[in-house]
Design a protein. Structure first.
Length: 468
């Protein structure tokens, strides 16, 4: 099949991040790994994004142990992660030496495909992660996949995205991802954008979308017709709604065509049978909220991605204000316009979403401005795509100077500082990086982990691996 469509499955990362607040455990994954490994995927997305934080904060798992365990269980399949550019997996910019160290350790522990994105599509924020991935490419076979965060606004059009793709190819991209986190890319627009991008660059195009607005399958079908090389899908038990379109449905649709994926539906069914039990368990535990399973075409107005929807619901539940859900959704695009039309993807989705929650709950817009909103308006995250509302910026940051250079140029090397700071509790470079990104969460987790009995399975795996 010279023109087969390749598939990346998100069941181990984005599917449960979008539907169940990233609460799937390693023990929920391992029984299906044999089937997943023989399915014939281009890659399996299993790490990065919110998994790192959730593993330590909620699940009592070491994310590095999870990665090594998955690599051991699936030796024949490329493992993929989502990397937030200069933010790595956190919510602020880190120094270049920390970015490089995290890329290196991710690859050494089993990651082969690194999808690198920046919430603002500021290429300066992708530079260091791209350089680091390319640096370890020959030794480990790592694949550098910079991503374009797709959104719609008065400044985001096909020309903008194609120009960005050309720039990313020059920077060293092996594959370029169109990352449509809120399912805003409509089918015929997808056809045109993929066509234009394929004409402008020589590297494969990888398309990522969700099914939040109910158009995901059609988006993939039109993109396949336009020549897209790889798409992201999710096995059916955690597919659709705020997650990706179902893998099995796409595979069945394309069987016998020139874009046949070559995936075996019986093998996929074997893996899906296992994850159906996990989805049922997550529903019973009320972690998987049925609201995120529904199609909501109003997302085309609100532009809220799946993971952000579940976060907004969670914030409103904590405030006993679930009745304000649709008010908050309506406030999101207003805040986004004030902030210069950033794409809504981590961390800007959380920044804009949380500010929208405060604006509604406080009864006055920008009565309370989060420190992250201030940082965004101050330029700490990079260049915003469009001019901001200067009245809002003045209210938020006063007379503070706005940063115009690459933000990371203002950050001194940090890695040695972190090694010294955490020398008494970090048992490895991986621990140092966990502590650098999530200091309070990781410190609490590591102290609990290291206080566990030696016969504890996770502790034993960790010590054995660290000793190698």
């Amino acid at each position: 099949m010279a023109n087969k469509l390749f598939i990346t499955d998100t069941i181990l990362r984005d599917a449960h991040q979008s539907q169940a607040a990233t609460r799937m455990r390693l023990e929920d994954m391992l029984p299906a790994c044999e089937a997943l490994d023989k399915a014939g995927y281009w890659s399996l997305e299993c790490w990065g994004g919110a998994t790192f934080d959730s593993c330590m904060r909620f699940l009592g798992e070491d994310p590095w142990v999870r990665l090594r365990a998955l690599k051991e269980a699936m030796p024949n399949t490329k493992l993929q992660m989502l990397f937030r550019g200069q933010n790595i997996l956190g919510y602020k910019h880190y120094a270049d030496d920390v970015v490089e160290a995290f890329v290196k350790k991710s690859i050494e522990n089993g990651i082969q495909v690194i999808r690198i994105f920046d919430a603002l599509n500021d290429p300066r924020n992708l530079e260091q992660a791209i350089k680091a991935t390319k640096k370890y490419q020959d030794k480990y076979g790592a694949i550098c996949e910079p991503a374009i965060s797709f959104t719609t606004s008065p400044v985001h059009n096909d020309e903008y995205f194609v120009d960005l793709a050309v720039q990313l190819e020059k920077m060293g991209a092996d594959v370029i991802c169109i990352k449509d986190m809120a399912n805003l890319l409509l089918p015929y627009n997808a056809y045109e954008l993929v066509k234009k991008m394929k004409q402008a660059v020589n590297v494969p195009i990888h398309l990522h979308t969700h099914n939040t607005t109910g158009t995901g399958d059609m988006v993939y079908l039109k993109a396949a017709e336009a020549g897209v090389d790889i798409i992201d899908t999710a096995l059916s038990p955690l597919a659709n709604g705020t997650a990706q379109p179902a893998t099995e449905s796409i595979v069945a649709t394309l069987q016998g065509t020139e874009r046949d994926t070559g995936l075996n539906l019986e093998v996929l069914a074997e893996a899906a049978n296992h994850f159906k039990k996990i989805a049922d368990k997550l529903k019973a535990e009320k972690i998987l909220d049925p609201k995120v399973l529904n199609v909501d075409p109003k997302t085309l107005l609100y532009q809220v991605p799946g993971g952000m929807l579940s976060n907004l619901l969670s914030q409103l539940k904590q405030a006993n204000a679930e009745d304000k859900y649709f008010d908050v959704l309506a406030e999101v695009p207003r805040v986004r316009k004030d902030f210069g039309y950033p794409p809504l993807v981590t961390p800007t989705s959380q920044i804009v979403g949380t500010q929208a929650v405060f604006n509604i709950l406080m009864g006055e817009r920008y009565k309370m401005v989060t420190k992250e909103s201030k940082a965004l308006l101050r330029g700490e995250y990079g260049k915003l795509p469009a001019p901001v509302n200067e009245e809002v910026r003045k209210k938020a940051i006063g007379d503070d100077e706005v940063i115009t250079c690459r933000p990371a140029d203002l950050i001194e090397p940090e890695l040695d500082k972190y090694r010294e700071q955490y020398k008494d509790i970090a048992k490895s470079d991986e621990d140092v990086l966990s502590l650098a990104l999530f200091p309070q969460v990781a410190e609490k987790f590591i102290n609990q982990r290291d206080a566990a009995p030696v016969e504890d399975e996770v502790r034993t795996i960790y010590v054995d691996d660290a000793a190698l």
